[in-house]
Design a protein around this ligand. Structure first.
Ligand code: MRU
Length: 358
């Protein structure tokens, strides 16, 4: 069975409902933006690249089905702008959806200036743009996997390496190969992975439910640990590198990622273990000077107090449940792995500008 988070063909989109994994594999139809917003918000689909893909493809499906003003091109442009604003608001920390919304708006603005452009032309532009994203994400992930594996193997003189990863950054979070998990996949494909340690990733358990599922599915040697075992694993189990994903990388390299990433970076620094962030340039936000400006989503307290609908925390306790934290750039000692190469945080701004052709 091949694992896919997103199934798309023109006019039809469905997502693997990740709330039901690993117990049940169920694809759900997403007939438009409203359903996508709910699925993203409820974390039926999650992970920065997958959020943007499902958001944009849901708009494509809706427009293919005839939503929006039929003939009036400026009205259709305004309609698309409004739908994009709605999608961006679903989860604020991951920047991919916001960046794609910006690119789509700019593309439509340019297209709308061509003489005689029709509402249908604009619809087609959105659909083509969204479809191109799927392919681009797949290619970016493959490049990230290759660059990351090469960098780690050059830096570490071992025949095979042990990597610790956090949250889920694999097939379920992207169009297919994954970012940090793509690096793990690439090492494994080259016969150079000794073992992957995946953290449970409390409170939502993306590691235990999703990453473990992917690793077992692919036959990759892997061990699940509680989040609180990570420092001990670095000291006692021969972890050679930590590789995590990103929801947003600021211009100076500060990185927002799943809660718990920051403490992994602190522990990695203490143990002299190189710490890598693997993310496509679509997850970088060069307009934000530092991580202090990244909005951090706070999730319902029930994710902490309850387990599968059963209350486990003492009644009456106050809860703080940030979904992400920011790792300062100075702790990203291995580098930031993007589709164009691996950069020290201080080199990122220039590398992104060069990749854009500025
Ligand atoms: O809350 P989630 O599950 O959407 O958080 C996911 C992460 O933090 C991932 O590391 C990040 O989005 C990168 S996924 C390739």
């Amino acid at each position: 069975m091949s694992l896919e988070a997103i199934r798309y063909r023109r006019g039809s989109l469905s997502i693997l409902n990740q709330l039901l994994l690993p117990g049940q594999i169920r694809y759900e139809a997403v007939d438009g933006v409203e359903r996508a917003w709910e699925a993203i918000r409820a974390m039926e689909v999650r992970g920065a690249p997958a959020i943007a893909l499902v958001g944009c493809l849901s708009l494509a499906v809706e427009l293919h089905g005839g939503a929006g003003p039929e003939r009036d091109a400026p009205a259709l442009e305004a309609f698309v702008g409004e739908r994009l604003r709605h999608l961006v608001a679903a989860r604020p920390t991951a920047v991919n959806m916001a960046r794609e919304a910006e690119r789509l708006r700019a593309a439509l603005r340019r297209r709308a200036q061509s003489p005689g452009v029709t509402a249908q032309d604009l619809r087609d532009s959105v659909i083509e743009h969204a479809e191109a994203l799927l392919q681009k994400d797949l290619e970016d992930n493959r490049s990230i996997g290759a660059h990351g594996a090469r960098h780690i193997l050059q830096r570490l003189p071992h025949a095979s390496v042990t990597v610790l990863t956090h949250c889920n950054t694999g097939t379920l979070a992207t169009a297919g190969y994954g970012t940090a998990l793509g690096v793990v996949r690439s090492l494994h494909a080259q016969g150079r992975l000794a073992r992957a340690y995946c953290t449970e990733t409390r409170p939502y358990n993306q590691g235990a439910r999703l990453t473990a599922f992917e690793l077992v599915h692919d036959g990759i040697p892997a061990t699940l640990i509680a989040d609180s075992a990570a420092a001990a694993a670095m000291r006692d189990r021969g972890v050679h590198a930590v590789v995590v994903g990103a929801d947003r990388v600021a211009a100076n390299g500060d990185t927002a990622n799943k809660i718990g990433t920051y403490q992994l970076a602190v522990a990695a620094r203490h143990h002299g273990v190189p710490f890598y962030v693997a993310a496509p340039s679509a997850s970088c936000d060069p307009a934000l000077p530092t991580g202090a400006h990244i909005p951090i989503e706070e999730r319902p307290g029930g994710e902490l107090t309850d387990f599968q609908g059963v209350r486990v925390a003492a009644p009456g306790i106050d809860v703080w449940n940030p979904a992400f934290d920011v790792t300062p750039h100075e702790l990203i000692t291995g580098g930031i792995i993007t589709e164009t190469g691996v950069y020290a945080p201080g080199e990122l701004r220039q590398a992104l500008a060069a990749a854009r052709g500025d």
